[in-house]
Design a protein around this ligand. Structure first.
Ligand code: HEM
Length: 517
């Protein structure tokens, strides 16, 4: 396949939430352009051509021979050291890696911000007649969709209404942790904690979206849920190959068929649950009973949403809400196990502010400033979405003193930004205190924006925070989390979201011997 096609395809692939990682030997350098603003002609305005730039071959070399393929987040730091705060990357996007430049780009978001081309996701929906969801929709239609989806989700008070649902999921998760530790040789070890948290996140988001439980935390996972999990894995495993291979090869290579089969499994799971809910609603209407319910009921009764839109949106919300939340929790527990003093301080706060006999209310969680700082700091150290992007489609813009034509793709190097020593002294040290509002100087508002910014920012933020806070309160209250010395050093790798490079095993040591397993 021609390098140019691969380059274009990667650009498309990474145009949404592109991945990124340091060190390693020097690559052959063929970057041209100015390293700083002064090198362009004195009178001429500086443009994209004046930027330092990375060629596609350099990128390829770094990915393949320097081992950055899985560590593209660390490549951000490497390239920042080499090319400075703004440069043209190997996929012809303009990469920015300081809070100030990030702010400049994001404040230029138009009415309908774009992240990049989602054509392969759209193709499946077109093939089967499903609508586009918040990721795939664009323009006016996207704005209308978000206007409906935001309600009952985006505001903190919206997430509070799902507290009861998530409390039940948290209780089931703790029960499962107790079961797993009981089965371990030491009586307190849980292996592959990320996998357990993935099940927790899926159960949680499904409980909210479908208003039903899907059995992820049972001893035996129901077949339909197990099929969903493997379908999601199959779709993502083949996603990249579908993007980089030409359409004519689809009948010859296995990727397209597997990719489509993955989507079939995901959509058929979502469709079955949505249709079931619709039936229940219909029966209630037929019997003249009131229709009460939460998110899905709200969407189904919203006249602006067609059925095909509901299928498309619910499916994309489901996909967006799993890996992100579960990996953030994984990194948080890993960090707490490595920093026992931080964990003790958190335990102190939870013991003081959470009632002993029930899960805390939304207002009680809001008062847990240290808990919130712990999650914020975990997201700084491991921004699960380490890269993001924008195409400023509607106007020409000036960023960092350079002029860019409209439709220029910008890449946000979030990992490099959240690990910048000037903004965050000791950037590789876990210090939740950085985020406390106790009179200290706060970091730049764009120094860590794990949920994005503006009208196209994460619609599930409040739900995700609520889920993470509630489960952390329950864990920290009951267990002391200790590392498993046999595990070795855990590193992050980039699979669109930042994930651990090996299964995380942790000891969940009971704080109160009285708790029954
Ligand atoms: C720790 C958890 C999460 C993190 C760190 C996260 C992060 C993000 C980020 C960085 C974006 C892109 C924002 C931008 O471009 O400005 C995004 C978009 C999105 N997120 Fe999340 N997310 C999380 C959880 C969730 C959950 C639980 C849901 C579903 C309920 C969700 C649904 C979405 C959707 C639908 C979009 C696309 C919005 C659009 O394009 O209009 N996310 N998320």
């Amino acid at each position: 396949m021609a390098a140019s096609r691969l380059s274009r395809s990667l650009m498309r692939r990474y145009g949404r939430w592109p991945p990124m990682g340091p060190n390693a030997a020097e690559a052959p350098v063929c970057s041209r352009g100015a390293a700083g603003p002064s090198s362009a002609g004195q009178d001429k305005p500086r443009t994209v051509d004046d930027l330092p730039h990375v060629s596609f071959l350099e990128l390829l070399y770094r990915m393949v021979f320097q081992g950055f393929y899985n560590r593209l987040h660390e490549l951000q730091i490497y390239e920042k050291q080499r090319y400075g705060p703004i440069y043209r990357d190997g996929l012809q996007s303009v990469s920015v890696n300081t809070p100030k430049l990030l702010e400049e780009v994001m404040r230029n978001d138009g009415k309908f911000p774009q992240r990049g081309d989602m054509s392969a996701w759209k193709e499946y929906r077109d093939l089967r007649g499903f609508g586009y969801g918040p990721f795939t929709e664009e323009g006016e239609k996207w704005r209308n969709l978000r206007a409906v989806l935001n309600k009952r989700m985006l505001h903190p008070k919206d997430s509070a209404q799902y507290h009861g649902v998530i409390d039940d999921v948290v209780a089931a998760f703790i029960k499962r942790i107790r079961f797993l530790r009981r089965c371990s040789p030491t009586g307190d070890l849980v292996t592959n904690v990320a996998n357990e948290l993935y099940h927790f996140s899926l159960e949680g988001i499904a409980a909210i979206l479908f208003e039903t439980r899907v059995g992820c935390l049972e001893k035996e996972i129901p077949a339909s849920t197990a099929d969903l999990i493997s379908s999601i894995a199959q779709m993502f495993e083949n996603n990249m190959a579908v993007f980089v291979t030409p359409k004519w090869s689809r009948g010859l290579l296995p990727y397209w068929g597997r990719y489509i089969a993955g989507w079939e499994g995901i959509f058929s799971f979502a469709k079955a649950l949505i249709d079931k809910k619709l039936e229940v609603i219909q029966q209630r209407v037929d019997n003249n009973h009131d229709v009460e319910g939460e998110y899905l009921t709200y969407l189904l009764s919203n006249t602006q949403m067609s059925m095909k839109d509901v299928y498309g949106s619910i499916t994309e919300l489901l996909l967006a809400g799993m890996d992100t939340t579960s990996n953030t929790l994984t990194w948080t527990l890993h960090l707490l196990s490595k920093y026992p003093e931080t964990q003790e301080r958190l335990h102190g706060e939870v013991s003081a502010l959470a009632p002993a006999d029930r899960a805390p209310s939304a207002a009680e969680v809001t008062r847990m400033q240290y808990l919130r700082a712990v999650v914020k700091e975990a997201l700084r150290m491991y921004p699960v979405v380490p890269m993001n992007a924008r195409i400023i489609a509607e106007k020409n813009v000036t960023i960092g003193g350079y002029q860019f034509a409209k439709k220029t793709p910008f890449m946000f190097c979030h990992y490099a930004i959240t690990h910048d020593e000037d903004t965050f002294p000791e950037p590789f040290t876990f210090k939740p205190e950085r985020w406390l509002r106790d009179g200290r100087e706060r970091p730049h508002p764009f120094a860590s924006i794990p949920f994005g910014f503006g009208v196209r920012s994460c619609v599930g933020r409040r739900i995700a925070e609520m889920e993470m806070h509630l489960v952390l309160v329950a864990i920290v209250r009951q267990f002391e989390i200790k590392p498993d010395p046999a595990m070795g050093e855990l590193k992050s790798i980039n699979r669109t979201v930042l994930i651990p490079d090996r299964p995380l095993n942790l000891h969940f040591v009971d704080r109160s011997r009285g708790d029954a397993d």
